[in-house]
Design a protein around this ligand. Sequence first.
Ligand code: DQA
Length: 145
Amino acid sequence: KTIYVLNGPNLNLLGKRQPQIYGHETLDDVQRLCADACAKGVTIRMLQSNYEGQIVDWVHEAREDGCGIVINPAALTHTSIAILDALNTVEGPVIEVHISQVHKREPFRHHSYVSHRSDGVIAGLGTEGYAAAVRRICQLIHVET
Ligand code: DQA
């Protein structure tokens, strides 16, 4: 069983990018956090792209191969109907993660297209939000952590 952890634009710079907002941990650190949060027999496929179409393609892959999706679409959260439509083709659980608390930031970050599909939304818990999302997916697919 594989949980896809999908990350959108600029998250390759996590740890270097606006650390006062996003913290000092890198995407490699997030991958370790996710792997540690995984139930036995479940693996993580950690992916990042700056391109919307690539994320759509990975959602299609997850739809065939995955048992759930953790997604931080980054700025595409607020713009991408294409990612929403792709997620709407997925049967398994989808948990949306934002490292920062988007609701206390600029108004343009308050609306998420992806939330129209997400089974859970985590915002403002820092990178720990990814681990919580992985645990929730393990619970929803009935595997013990
Ligand atoms: C983000 C919040 C988005 O508004 C922003 O564009 C990001 C990261 C977060 O993790 O807090 O790039 O998704």
